[in-house]
Design a protein around this ligand. Structure first.
Ligand code: SIN
Ligand code: CO
Length: 405
């Protein structure tokens, strides 16, 4: 294996921090403190989007899926978004990847690589324990490596994040959301001022810290450490209006405002409440239409994954025969297809709509949630041939294949 970093054990980083006490803001935390007791209902009710929480040993006997040298290898790949954030010569700096070398790893530096779930199946698997949150809300798995004392500084994120501690240990401080004002510390780096922590903890391998959007946080490595961030996404209203615009661009049927019951107006300057309500109603009708639901689902399934179509087109007979040879069918790494209960003959994947004839949406949902599908998963099901046909389409679209490569 190639070693990219010479200075991982720099002596200037050897300052030891020990004995941080865990300051827990709520007594309820104990209920989700341990993976064996982790209860997604309690978590969603008391913490999700409400307050941060520390989940000790969410992953017991945690094993890293990558080391810093392999992470550096990924940071050389042009298709992955990578950056080095460092505090060097008294200033914060961000150096955008891809990297041809790692000479920039100077000072207190972290290397961060986004979207690793799209290239490493093990990384995609790390997101699986969080799938009590639906696929469409999930964004990606970011992996970072930091030398002792390094971090990206105090900041806020717009999205929920689960920070999984890999090798090493890190001190995390989390503050309350109301007080933080963002400033740009360097091009591409937004930070907030120092804050009073409500959580101050030392994370060890397998521990997970959940941080809701807007809560300032600051993680400083205690020893060379790897952090896995399971990130989520949530559309903004402005994005949703963009979805509506896209819907109208793709659907020529569009109803025009009409007012056959109009009454005379004494002064023409007034736009009546009635008129604005009627216009809003037009928008509501578009939003409520089945066609818009289609557009919405396509956009919610969007992942910008590069499809990998087979060299030769599959037929249902080939798909069935390959399954019968005990070949497992693999979902493309990091891909997260979605279904909607009202659109029973459609599935949505990577922003595309796929028609299918499987009438049992429960079995289809079960199969689509798996990263690997075996014939035994649906061999005796009455919809077997419809399922084969749906998978043939997905194979030809480049979203599933019989090779794990
Ligand atoms: C990091 O991994 O260094 C930063 C993760 C985060 O704060 O969201
Ligand atoms: Co963050």
């Amino acid at each position: 294996m190639k070693c990219y970093f010479e200075q991982t054990n720099q002596s200037h980083c050897a300052q030891k921090r020990t004995g941080f006490s865990v300051i827990i803001s709520t007594a309820k935390l104990a209920q989700v403190n341990n993976v064996t007791n982790f209860d997604s209902n309690t978590f969603l009710k008391d913490y999700w989007q409400k307050q941060p929480c520390l989940i000790r040993q969410f992953f017991p006997q945690f094993e890293d899926i990558i080391d810093e040298h392999e992470l550096a290898g990924l940071a050389m790949e042009p298709e992955l978004d990578s950056r080095i954030v460092r505090y060097y010569e008294d200033s914060w700096q961000v150096i955008q990847g891809p990297f041809a070398h790692f000479e920039q790893c100077k000072g207190l530096w972290s290397l961060l690589v986004q979207g690793v779930d799209k290239v490493l199946p093990d990384a995609a698997d790390m997101m699986a324990p969080f799938s009590f949150i639906p696929y469409w809300r999930m964004d990606d798995l970011m992996i970072s490596f930091a030398v002792p004392e390094a971090g990206v500084g105090p900041h806020i994120d717009q999205y929920d994040v689960f920070l999984i501690q890999g090798k090493g240990s890190r001190r995390w401080r989390v503050g309350k959301p109301d007080i933080a004002t963002e400033r740009i510390s360097a091009p591409g780096l937004r930070q907030v001022d120092a804050f009073e922590p409500v959580i101050d903890c030392k994370l060890l391998p397998g521990d997970v810290l959940y941080i809701p959007p807007g809560w300032p946080h600051d993680g400083k490595a205690i020893s060379p450490c790897i952090t896995y961030s399971v990130g989520f996404r949530a559309p903004e209203q402005s994005q949703l209006t963009g979805y509506l615009a896209e819907h109208f661009a793709n659907h020529c049927e569009s109803t025009r405002f009409s007012d056959p019951q109009r009454q005379p107006q004494s002064n023409p300057v007034w736009v009546s409440e009635q008129d604005t309500s009627a216009i809003k109603q037009l928008i509501h009708e578009a939003v409520d239409s089945p066609a818009f639901l289609n557009t919405l689902l396509m956009l919610l399934s969007e992942q910008s994954v590069e499809p990998m179509p087979p060299d030769e087109v599959f037929t249902d007979a080939i798909t069935l025969e390959t399954f019968e040879h005990n070949e497992p069918l693999y979902r493309l790494t990091g891909l997260r297809p979605v279904l909607h209960p009202k659109l029973t003959q459609l599935l949505f994947i990577n922003g595309e709509k796929v028609e299918h004839s499987c009438t049992d949406s429960t079995v289809l949902a079960e199969l689509l949630s798996k990263t690997v599908v075996y014939l035994t998963d649906f061999d005796s099901h009455p919809c077997k041939l419809d399922i084969i046909s749906a998978f043939t389409t997905l194979i030809n679209m480049g979203y599933y294949n019989f090779s794990s490569e």
